[in-house]
Design a protein around this ligand. Structure first.
Ligand code: C5J
Length: 235
């Protein structure tokens, strides 16, 4: 077992059954000039997530922890978008409308894809999700079961929307979630603060919260976990 000092109490996890989940680090949410900024949001709060999350991603890859990326969006004919979601908001800013980086929240569009700094590597799972939660309408549960994953280290955006919905879904499904406080972001500082508190309150009602520094400090070094090359294996 590995232990991370966390709120509301230390988070214990088995490296062999843990995955890093990176939620919706998509250009349209995170980048200047994207859909999120068009809505009047200050994307600098989400940009701040990139460096610590890139460090966690690099470490996860180095120690062989499974990495799963998600993207919120819909098929081009929007047949997977319920009217209640489709008809919300100002018509020119609705899902499927032309946005600054392509059709808003439509799969295959430039703005829908993950930012270059956190681009998935070949072999990493990318889950396209039609909703806010990562389990709703996806095969994530099946994929996690196949991997034998029961603990999720949760990162991404936005804290109070897709991160929260996913953590709540995961908690109800029996996963133990550690949310990395500096690797999740909200356009609204107040929502960030309260959103994190809501996860760890009441004895960890949805999960645990810790900074990425605590998580990284708890991990073995890549040298300890690296698979030896044939030359290194003693004969
Ligand atoms: C939103 C998300 N905020 N990924 N999506 O609509 O949180």
């Amino acid at each position: 077992m590995t232990t991370v000092p966390a709120d509301p109490y230390p988070y214990d996890f088995d490296l062999a059954s843990t995955a890093l989940l990176i939620i919706d680090m998509q250009r349209d949410f995170v980048e200047p000039g994207g859909f999120g900024e068009t809505l009047g949001n200050d994307v600098s709060h989400l940009q701040a997530v990139i460096p610590p999350l890139a460090a966690v991603l690099a470490r996860a890859r180095a120690i062989g922890m499974p990495v799963i990326h998600t993207r919120e969006g819909h098929v081009p004919d929007l047949s997977d978008c319920p009217p209640a979601k489709l008809n919300r908001g100002e018509p020119s800013l609705r899902i499927g409308a032309p946005g600054p980086k392509g059709r808003i929240l439509v799969r295959g569009e430039y703005g829908h894809d993950i930012i270059d700094d956190l681009a998935p590597l070949p072999g990493e799972l990318v889950v396209d999700k039609p909703g806010k939660g990562s389990f709703h309408g996806t095969n994530l549960g099946v994929e996690l079961a196949d991997l034998g994953v029961t603990s999720l280290v949760v990162t991404g955006v936005t804290t109070e929307v897709c991160v929260h919905t996913t953590v709540r879904e995961a908690n109800d499904r029996g996963y133990e979630c550690l949310v990395l406080s500096d690797c999740v972001g909200s356009y609204f500082p107040e929502f960030q603060r309260v959103g994190l508190q809501m996860i760890s309150a009441q004895g960890g009602i949805f999960g645990w919260v810790a900074p990425s520094s605590a998580f990284l400090a708890a991990l073995p070094s890549p040298v300890d976990t690296a698979v030896p090359s044939p030359q290194e294996v003693p004969s």
